[in-house]
Design a protein around this ligand. Structure first.
Ligand code: AMP
Length: 280
């Protein structure tokens, strides 16, 4: 696997590949890699001639400075695992390459970033969009791969790519879970053993909501049931639980029209914030 730290170096390497018409897939990450990330790499490998990944912990998307400091960083191990899985190129940009100065460019995504993660984490999607757009401009892949785990992130980036006519196909990949249902996340390693035992409750709540919805229970009943579950559990704090249209991300009311229902949840286990979702 070739590794690059400078924008000019990876650009000139990829330039040669692009000239030869080689089809490339890109998997942006913040490192501390797990099987969820590897599923995206595998998908890219199966659909492209060349797979590029990046590892960059983007300070601009962290609204909580402590979360940024504590974010797990396991670069040596990540490099080894990416090598083993057959990733072709890794981009690990230096901080001053990405942000030589504080950027002025900002984004607004109308209704897409005023709900859920956007509401809970002001400025988060502005930071996400900035780094992803920078990386897409540097890498210029044909396909870019994201996890459904970050449903709102995928929806916003997909919209941005469409709005800006970028010639890139955004692919959403299924959520990879642990055997007890907990969605894999880099932050899971920060959970204490007791917290780790509580964490699968997010997915359990999503499954219960799904069953209730399939049994034609009303939205209010589903919502109240999920909220009460978390109220009776002091190891875990519900931040939001939403029933939304999976494409528009707007809350669905009983009787309103929608494409597909998604249940989305965010909760805190101690200081660790976890998110999950399920599309019906
Ligand atoms: P991150 O390193 O957390 O920024 O994630 C990089 C990419 O991996 C994003 O597109 C995530 O949605 C995706 N991802 C994270 N966790 C999972 C998972 N459990 N299953 C599938 N994709 C995931």
């Amino acid at each position: 696997m070739d590794q690059f730290h400078k924008i000019s170096d990876i650009r000139s390497c990829l330039h040669h590949h692009h000239l030869k018409g080689i089809k490339s897939g890109f998997v942006p990450t913040m490192g501390a890699l797990h099987k969820g990330h590897f599923s995206l790499i595998e998908r890219s490998k199966s659909e492209n001639d060349l797979t590029i990944s990046s590892i960059y912990v983007n300070s601009l998307q962290f609204n909580d400075p402590k979360d940024y400091i504590n974010y797990p960083r396991t670069l040596d191990q990540d490099i080894k695992l990416l090598n083993d899985i057959g990733c072709d190129i890794l981009f690990v940009p230096e901080e001053n390459e990405i942000y030589p100065s504080l950027p002025c460019t900002g984004f607004s995504f109308k209704n897409l970033d005023t709900v859920m993660e956007g509401k809970s984490r002001p400025g988060h999607f502005n930071g996400v969009a900035l780094i992803v757009l920078k990386l897409l401009n540097i890498i210029e892949p044909e396909n870019v791969y994201f996890g459904q785990k970050d449903l709102q992130q995928y929806t916003i980036i997909n919209q941005m790519v469409e709005d800006l006519n970028l010639p890139i196909n955004c692919v959403s990949c299924p959520i990879v879970r642990d055997t007890d249902g907990l969605a894999l996340s880099s932050r899971n390693v920060l959970l204490s053993p007791a917290q780790r035992r509580s964490a699968p409750r997010l997915y359990q709540a999503l499954l219960l909501a799904k069953t209730m919805f399939t049994n034609q229970q009303r939205k209010e009943k589903i919502y109240n049931k999920i909220v009460s579950l978390f109220q009776s559990d002091n190891t875990i704090g519900l931040e939001y639980f939403e029933m939304v249209d999976s494409k528009m991300l707007q809350p669905i009311q009983d009787g309103s029209t929608y494409n597909q229902v998604a249940f989305c949840i965010a909760a805190r286990v101690g200081n660790i914030r976890l998110i999950d979702n399920i599309i019906l």
